[in-house]
Structures are given as structure tokens and as C-alpha cells.
Design a protein around this ligand. Structure first.
Ligand SMILES: Cc1ncc(C[n+]2csc(CCOP(=O)(O)OP(=O)(O)O)c2C)c(N)n1
Ligand SMILES: [Mg+2]
Length: 365
């Protein structure tokens, strides 16, 4: 018989490198070369401007509901930049910056939010899974893909993204349980934007951090400042290298903040304090990284303006391609659910056809 304290062997760290004013802790400086730093900035800026554009397109009725990512650009870009094209990326529904970095055409991202089937297809040659709306359901796939890579003897890593709210789902638990047991080459990134629609982080779990959950699965966990691209880059680089070398999975909690609405279908003013938003606006990852690059002499107004112009051109081209490919048959919605279409649905399709004829609507193809 015994009653004693048990010491568990579990590594949990916290990492922040850039402070809120873009100043760096020299002892932790990863000393990335100038090109990598500028590329990081360009990609974060592209993510911001693409997000702005998607939001505007929703307001203009050009796409349907959209889940904006303002404030979360650092998590997306600084994690994605640590992957090779052969690695696997398994996303939720809030990773347009990651998709862009991985080579998804901008118009394909727009097609998803526009409700077009083509937006659900991963472009040829990219090792990603499609945008995933059923919360947390991508996480067992992260473990599965990583496990497959291990069985095949490949030095390929699977990295997946999940929200804070989604860590309450069974899928999260199952994915991490099996990832630990089979010691798979996976990196699990929790994008803790502190809200699950109108539910604040405190109502999702009593645990002090989400990273500490790693201990329950016997894997390493780290919490990072999710608005600091350098800290995220360092933590993810280490986790990816460890996974690639056969060292098993890591859980990364990136603490960030959703600066605007959950999706274009809700109004955050109804459930959260605007004063909190103001605090987090000052911690905007783009502002602090911009300051860091200016202090280093890598960025100035002229260079910034040129970069913005170049990005806007790329996004505009994406919109043009999206708009040129909107000629779809609305009757397609009757086609894919059943192999043998039930009588009731056939009747609805016929009624719809009749309505189109009555209204004189001609379909492009
Ligand atoms: C299985 C499932 N349940 C509920 C929903 C509705 N839903 C969409 S997003 C969301 C909250 C997700 O919060 P979080 O995991 O923190 O991700 P975030 O939206 O903040 O990126 C919910 C409940 C869903 N899409 N899937
Ligand atoms: Mg969230």
C-alpha cells in the first residue's frame, strides 16, 4: 500500500522571442537569413490581404459564408514554412495562408468559399487534405497519415491544425492517444484563438493551458506566443525535425486571438468585450514583425508599398480567374448524394427544371 506523489516525465515549454513592440530577446534569436525573414513577411501580408479580399467578396455577394483569419497570420505562415512539399498538411477551415504557401491557386480557395465543388479538390501534386469543416475530424487523419509514413519508412511528417474549441472533441483525444502509442511523425498545432464561435477559452476546459494536454498522451507539448512568427517558426522547426528523425509527435499550442467575427454569419459584439479586442489589436503579428524588420533595416515605406502592390496584383488575378469560372449548373446539387436518386429528389429536380424554364434561365453547360 502506498500514497505518494508521482513525478511524471513530461516536457512542457513556453516560447516567445519577439516582444509586443517587435524587439527581440537576443539569447533566443534564431538568426534567420534576410531572405527568409522577408519571405515570412511577404507571406503574412499576402494572407492578410487575401483575407481582407475574401471578406469583401462575401459582402459583395461573390462568395458565401467566410471564416476570416485576421490576427492568425503568424501561426499559418511560420508553421507552413517549416514543411517540405513532401510533408503532409491537414487543415481545418481557417488556413488560407497555409494553402497559399503550399501552392493552392487563389481562385481554388475562393471556389471553396463560393460553394463550388472545385474548391474541395486538392490541386494535383500537393500533399494536403481538403478544407475540413467538421470540427476536429481532420486530427485522426493526421495520426493516420503520419503512421502510414512511418510504416512506409518515409522521412515525411504530417502536420495538422485544429482550433481551441475543437480540443474538446473526441477526435482530438483519439488522434493524440494513437499518435503517442504508435510514436508517429506528426506535429499537432492548436490554433488557440481563444474563441469557439461565442464560447471563450475558459468555457472549453478547466486546464490552464491546452499544451499541457500533451502530457496525458505521453508526448511533448509546447505553448508559444502565436502572434510571434519567430517563436512559432523555431518551435515548429524543432517539432518537425524531431518527428522526421523518428522522435515522435509534438503538440504545439499557439496562443493568438481572433480579431474579428467567427464567420460572416455572426456578430462578436454580442458576446465579447470590445476592450479585449483593442488589447489584442496591439499585439497584431503583422505590426510587430513589420517593426522588427524596419529596426533591422530590411523594410521601409517604399519597399512595403511595392510589396503590397505586387501582392494585390496576384490576388486580383485570383479574383479574375474565380469570376471567369463561375459558370456552373445549379442542378448539380441533385447529383452527388445518392447513387440511386430517390423518387422524391427526382421530383424536386424536375420541379427545379420547370422553374428554371418558367423564369427563362439558361444554364451555361
Ligand atoms: C463536428 C462539428 N460540430 C460543430 C460544428 C460547428 N462549428 C463550426 S466552427 C465551431 C467552433 C470551432 O472553434 P475552434 O475549434 O476554436 O476553431 P475556430 O473556429 O476558432 O478556428 C463549431 C462548433 C462543426 N463545424 N463541426
Ligand atoms: Mg477557436
Amino acid at each position: 500500500m502506498a500514497r505518494k506523489k508521482i513525478t511524471v516525465d513530461h516536457k512542457l515549454e513556453y516560447l516567445a522571442i519577439l516582444d509586443e513592440h517587435g524587439k527581440i530577446d537576443d539569447g533566443l534569436d534564431p538568426k534567420l537569413d534576410d531572405n527568409t525573414l522577408l519571405e515570412m513577411h511577404r507571406l503574412m501580408l499576402t494572407t492578410r490581404l487575401l483575407d481582407d479580399r475574401l471578406l469583401a467578396m462575401q459582402r459583395q455577394g461573390k462568395i458565401g459564408t467566410y471564416a476570416p483569419i485576421r490576427g492568425q497570420e503568424a501561426v499559418q505562415i511560420a508553421t507552413a514554412m517549416t514543411l517540405t512539399p513532401d510533408d503532409w498538411m491537414l487543415q481545418s477551415f481557417r488556413e488560407p495562408g497555409v494553402c497559399y504557401y503550399r501552392g493552392w491557386p487563389i481562385h481554388t480557395i475562393m471556389q471553396f468559399w463560393g460553394g463550388y465543388e472545385e474548391g474541395c479538390t486538392v490541386p494535383e501534386g500537393i500533399n494536403d487534405t481538403p478544407i475540413c469543416v467538421p470540427v476536429a475530424s481532420q486530427f485522426p487523419h493526421v495520426t493516420g497519415v503520419a503512421w502510414a509514413m512511418k510504416i512506409k519508412g518515409k522521412e515525411t511528417v504530417a502536420l495538422g491544425y485544429i482550433g481551441d474549441g475543437a480540443t474538446s472533441e473526441g477526435d482530438f483525444h483519439e488522434a493524440l492517444t494513437f499518435a503517442g502509442v504508435y510514436d508517429v511523425p506528426a506535429v499537432f498545432v492548436i490554433v488557440n484563438n481563444q474563441w469557439a464561435i461565442s464560447h471563450p477559452r475558459e468555457m472549453q476546459t478547466r486546464a490552464a493551458t491546452l499544451a499541457q494536454k500533451a502530457g496525458g498522451y505521453g508526448i511533448d507539448g509546447i505553448q508559444v506566443d502565436g502572434n510571434d512568427p519567430l517563436a512559432i517558426y523555431v518551435a515548429t522547426t524543432e517539432a518537425v525535425a524531431k518527428a522526421r528523425a523518428g522522435g515522435g509527435p509534438t503538440l504545439i499550442e499557439a496562443v493568438t486571438y481572433r480579431l474579428i467575427m467567427h464567420t460572416t454569419a455572426d456578430d462578436p459584439k454580442k458576446y465579447r468585450d470590445e476592450a479585449d479586442v483593442k488589447v489584442w489589436e496591439k499585439r497584431d503579428p503583422l505590426i510587430r514583425f513589420d517593426q522588427y524588420l524596419r529596426d533591422k533595416g530590411l523594410l521601409d515605406d517604399e519597399r512595403d508599398a511595392a510589396m503590397r502592390d505586387e501582392i494585390k496584383k496576384i490576388i486580383k488575378e485570383g479574383v479574375t480567374q474565380y469570376e471567369a469560372n463561375r459558370d456552373v449548373d445549379p442542378r448539380d446539387c441533385f447529383k452527388y448524394l445518392y447513387e440511386d436518386v430517390p423518387e422524391e429528389l427526382k421530383q424536386q429536380a424536375a420541379e427545379f427544371d420547370a422553374a428554371l424554364q418558367r423564369e427563362g434561365v439558361t444554364i451555361g453547360h
